[in-house]
Design a protein around this ligand. Structure first.
Ligand code: PMP
Length: 287
């Protein structure tokens, strides 16, 4: 089946969808994105993703090409047209194409933003075998730009980090700045020590994960103690458990950091419980 995608108001077969070579997303990574998961044909936390998208656009003085209601309708139409039960909807908005290359932002009145959405079919997304095995991560220096709270398409360094991890026989990398863990290449990072869930506080240093917000809310509701503070790789290696969160992996245990086993070297009970609660609650609220 040829995938149907959405580009600037049209639903098209992926082979017929095009964007200008002058698009600022292509030339300058001048764009933002969101990834929303789909379980049982329904969107998980669409409202959270739509709100963060609005914030990313505002921070970059970029115009929203469609309303949130339109966005929801487009997401749903793509899920239906592509017959997605479990998977992801990727959305990208760029500052568009002014028909040439120029560092100055084009006038939004004459240069409309570009909007693209496509689905990724991932049957059994929530039943990932990785959740039973846990991930191995390596640590790398965080050399990204200073506004990591804006979800831009500047993903070259995270992509390089993923390759460094692969080369080292690991699954992902945790980035470290001034001695403290910022986040994973495409996820937020956590450790558990003496029953406390520890994760870096929100700032411009990390992406404000939609899954993070939900997981911390569910943890508090389940009377689990959450501490938002910095932690080091040494502290993480010495923790009882470690895990990550993201819209595509939900809650995923981390069992090894730089070759050292975390806790027993198997997925911990807190991570397992949070994954279960997150999936249960998110499915109930899916739209
Ligand atoms: N941090 C980074 C750098 C990410 O790329 C992502 C995933 N896009 C996350 C955290 C997790 O965010 P979310 O839970 O909204 O997917």
């Amino acid at each position: 089946m040829t995938r149907t995608v959405y580009v600037n108001g049209s639903y098209l077969p992926e082979t017929e969808a095009t964007v200008s070579i002058f698009d600022r997303g292509f030339l300058m990574a001048d764009g933002v994105y969101e990834v929303t998961s789909v379980l049982g044909g329904k969107l998980i936390d669409f409202a959270g993703h739509a709100k963060r998208l609005e914030r990313s656009l505002n921070e970059l003085d970029m115009a929203a090409p469609v309303t949130t209601d339109d966005l929801l309708a487009i997401h749903r139409e793509l899920i239906a047209r592509n017959d997605i039960t479990d998977g992801l909807v990727y959305l990208q908005i760029t500052r568009g194409s002014a028909g040439d290359r120029d560092f100055a932002f084009p006038d939004p009145a004459t240069t409309p933003s570009t909007i693209v959405l496509f689905t990724q079919n991932k049957p059994g997304l929530a039943q990932s075998p990785q959740a039973d095995k846990g991930l191995k991560v390596i640590s790398i220096e965080d050399i990204r730009w200073g506004r990591r709270d804006i979800k831009t398409v500047q993903l070259l360094y995270p992509s390089m980090g993923k390759m460094m991890a692969k080369k080292a026989g690991a699954d992902d990398a945790w980035m470290v700045e001034d001695g403290f863990v910022t986040e994973g290449t495409s996820n937020n990072a956590y450790i558990v020590k003496d029953g406390k869930i520890i994760t870096r506080e929100l700032s411009t240093d990390i992406l404000h994960g939609i899954t993070r917000a939900a997981v911390l809310r569910f943890a508090a509701e389940a009377q689990m103690e959450v501490v938002e503070r910095n932690f080091t790789i040494d502290e993480a290696k010495d923790a009882d458990e470690a895990f990550i969160t993201s819209a595509s992996s939900f809650v995923m245990p981390v069992v090894e950091i730089d070759g050292a086993a975390v806790g027993t070297g198997t997925p911990g009970s807190v991570a397992r419980r949070l994954r279960e609660i997150y999936l249960d609650e998110s499915l109930k609220a899916a739209i």
